[in-house]
Design a binder for this molecule. Sequence first.
Ligand code: FES
Length: 350
Amino acid sequence: MSSQEIPEKNLPAEQAPAHGAVEGADDPFADPGLPAHQPRIQDIDERAAKRSERAVAFMFALSMLATVGFIASFVIFPVDKIVYIFPFGHVSALNFSLGLTLGVALFAIGAGAVHWARTLMSDVEVADERHAIEAEPEVKAKVLADFAAGAEESAFGRRKLVRNTMFGALALVPLSGVVLLRDLGPLPEKKLRSTMWAKGKQLINMNTNEPLRPEDVTVGSLTFAMPEGLEEDAHDFQTQIAKAALMIIRIEPSNIKDKREREWAHEGIVAFSKICTHVGCPISLYEQQTHHVLCPCHQSTFDLSDGARVIFGPAGHALPQLRIGVNSEGNLEALGDFDEPVGPAFWERG
Ligand code: FES
């Protein structure tokens, strides 16, 4: 509501002395009216208004610079750079710089907006009458008129420097969030699509650390294997074993129902990924009578005599099988990598 449309009794006392003041000393509930409006220095002195405008613009420009500084810090400071800053002591240069610049960027926008509201927007106090809830056409027209008046009073259209720098600050500050997304860690790229298995890599028994021979794998037993060359004290052991761990079992070839499984086996010895295709738990519970393996996490059950298809539970697809054979030394070896990514059903593409 603009000051022109305020009911006369609600105008500041200096504008409506007849209705806003106490009407009688003997009336304890008389409406005291609004206090007289005190114009600010910016209302009467255009040079003061200009100073305020420049101050607001300075804060928005400072926010822009701080946002640029935030992005630059991300590029300039290595993650492990430590610096001494009084009174904080030894701190990470990157974290300190990111925190400082983002803090300044957000604070400057807030400070600029508050200073703008306190010094340049209209501060005439207004009161609105209670009215019916439904919106009459005249009310809507009045709201639009009030909005237009508010826009005019805020000097949003007139003070182009403030408006434009504010747009610039608001447009730049979300960039900080975009940059932070890049800090979620290295991209996996194609690392999840392949494992250490390759043609000629021997299967190493994870209990004995010796190459597995066909005669080591008896019907009914469950053996875990890893690729030749993977050392338990290697820095990437967990990363590699999380993809390459194998379950080895032996089934009478006549009991293998799946044709491809039979072909990829060696004399009934089959090798399947040990990593559950639900969310990646290691599978370990084997029932030798039925050739079922059970994942302990959510009870997905796979039939190892039928291509390791899922017969129960939330897993989305069968366990990948590794094609194996025997090398010239009589040890079991891989005949290539898995022909599909191992692990969770993330890889199901519809
Ligand atoms: S991780 Fe195996 S069933 Fe959920």
